[in-house]
Design a protein around this ligand. Structure first.
Ligand code: FCB
Length: 470
């Protein structure tokens, strides 16, 4: 068995190495220049929802420090920066009046990237839904998808001449299931039907947004959508567990890739969710709208899961209920092995496997790894952070990507999550994902050793040795 430590592998010159962040996780300045609350402001300010009651009120203060943050990215020699645009800065109440100050901020950011030779990759929805839209029903409602398309058109008209790649949605699985089914993310609802309706209206929002963008942006701009697909492995060879894995894939992956890339929901997904809904909210023509041609498929990937048919024995067991509506009769497990601070198993074979499976299902699909990374809190001592475990993680995961490319998968780039430590949603500031350390008291940024290592990878396009951080 390979351990995925394969320095020396070389990526093509046009392969893109970059880093990613998201608006609510880094910007702060939540009440400035016309921005109004999103569901994450409301959620994080609700007692008991986030670790220690932490919020994105200040975060990394990137709204004010964007210039020096762009200098930092440039100092790492990265090809691209994936950031997200806060809907409540651009259309603060979700529908209606456009806030020019919000657009101007992102216009400066995009110009700043281009001046430094960095490709702007803009995500339109990284979970900060304007609160008034949630008050009117949120993603379970069709009107939210329509409002999203209007917002996409507004942003596209303002920035469409300069953005390299447009990502409509980030990880709709989390928005739908964590937000509406199990309630650990904003808006914190626990209603399986609402979650499935949210799945469809997020998909519809993607399709409508691509249409809206295409009509206003440069023809050279690339269209994309980011999904966090799961590598699902059966818990045993028992046929019931093999089928459990199929059901889990249908609900975790198929309900997104099916309509987005093929124009249909998987039959199995309709079957397993029949106890909740007949999907009559899918209107005629919706699937064709969702199935827009895209130029590159965005993939966020962190860790694989194992799935079984059955009930969780007890809260202490490694087997736990799945988060997916319809699959309440399945349990998931993560296996023994190296873990990150998120308690996620480090298993780069899962990334290689998923890339190969995705290519098998959608041959030739260009794929951009829009997020991959790990949380480790190594100490900052005398201006250095020796985060060897993160370097090891990155080396092994870029190796997994390279191996998938050797197997014929068309991967166009890799964006590390994250450029810097930031507000990790329900986990608050407890989880440090950055290649850059952030001191939240002073807002001082310190490149970790992994940033130096990653900078070398980006410069040479060849996987460095783990200690090659000069
Ligand atoms: C992804 C999110 C991103 C970050 C990472 C750890 O699912 O898109 O914002 O929180 O997980």
């Amino acid at each position: 068995m390979t351990d995925y430590r394969e320095p020396g592998r070389r990526f093509g010159d046009d392969f893109v190495f970059g880093s990613a962040t998201a608006s609510y996780q880094v910007e702060g300045a939540v009440a400035e220049d016309g921005r109004l609350p999103s569901i994450w402001d409301t959620f994080s300010h609700t007692p008991g929802r986030t670790m220690n009651g932490e919020t994105g009120d200040v975060a990394c203060d990137q709204y004010h420090r964007w210039e020096s943050d762009l200098d930092l990215i440039a100092s790492y020699g990265l090809d691209a920066y994936r950031f997200s645009i806060a809907w409540p800065r651009v259309i603060p109440t979700g529908t209606g009046a456009v806030n020019q100050a919000g657009l101007d901020h992102y216009s400066r950011l995009v110009d700043g990237l281009l001046e430094r030779g960095i490709k702007p990759i803009a995500t339109l929805y990284h979970w900060d839904l304007p609160q008034p839209l949630e008050d009117a029903g949120g993603w379970p409602e069709r009107a939210t998808a329509e409002a999203f398309a209007t917002y996409a058109g507004v942003v596209g008209a303002a920035l469409g001449d300069r953005v390299d790649t447009w990502i409509t949605l980030n990880a709709p699985l989390c928005a739908a299931y964590l937000g509406y089914a199990i309630g650990i993310h904003a808006p914190g609802r626990t209603d399986p039907v609402a979650a499935l309706r949210a799945v469809h209206h997020l998909n519809l929002g993607h399709g409508l947004a691509v249409q809206a963008l295409r009509s206003v942006v440069s023809p050279a701009a690339k269209m994309s959508v980011t999904n966090n697909l799961s590598t699902v492995r059966p818990g045993s060879d028992d046929p019931a567990d093999l089928h459990a894995a199929e059901k889990a894939r249908a609900i975790a992956n198929g309900v997104f890739t099916g309509p987005q890339l093929r124009g249909e929901y998987p039959e199995l997904a309709i079957q397993v969710t029949a106890k909740h809904t007949d999907w009559s909210f899918v209107a005629d023509g919706d699937l064709a709208t969702i199935h827009q041609p895209i130029d590159v498929f965005g993939l966020n990937w962190y860790t694989p899961v194992w799935v079984r048919q059955g009930e969780a024995p007890d809260p202490a067991s490694p087997w736990q209920p799945t988060v997916s509506p319809g699959n309440e009769d399945l349990i998931t497990e993560s296996r023994d092995g190296l873990r990150t601070d998120m308690d996620w198993l480090v298993d780069p074979s899962g990334l290689e496997e998923l890339l190969i499976d995705l290519d098998r299902e959608f041959p030739g699909l260009p794929i951009l790894v829009t997020e991959n990374g790990c949380a480790y809190d190594d100490p900052l001592v005398d201006g250095r952070v020796h985060d060897t475990r993160r370097i090891d993680f990155l080396q092994r995961h870029v190796t997994a990507v390279h191996r998938a490319m050797d197997a014929g998968v068309n991967v166009t780039g890799y964006l590390v999550w994250s450029l810097m430590d930031n507000f990790e949603w329900a986990e608050g500031y407890s989880q440090r994902f950055g290649i850059t350390h952030v001191d939240y008291e002073t807002q001082v940024r310190t490149p970790r050793d992994s940033a130096l290592w990653y900078a070398r990878l980006a410069r040479t396009h060849q996987i460095p040795e783990v200690d090659d951080i000069a």
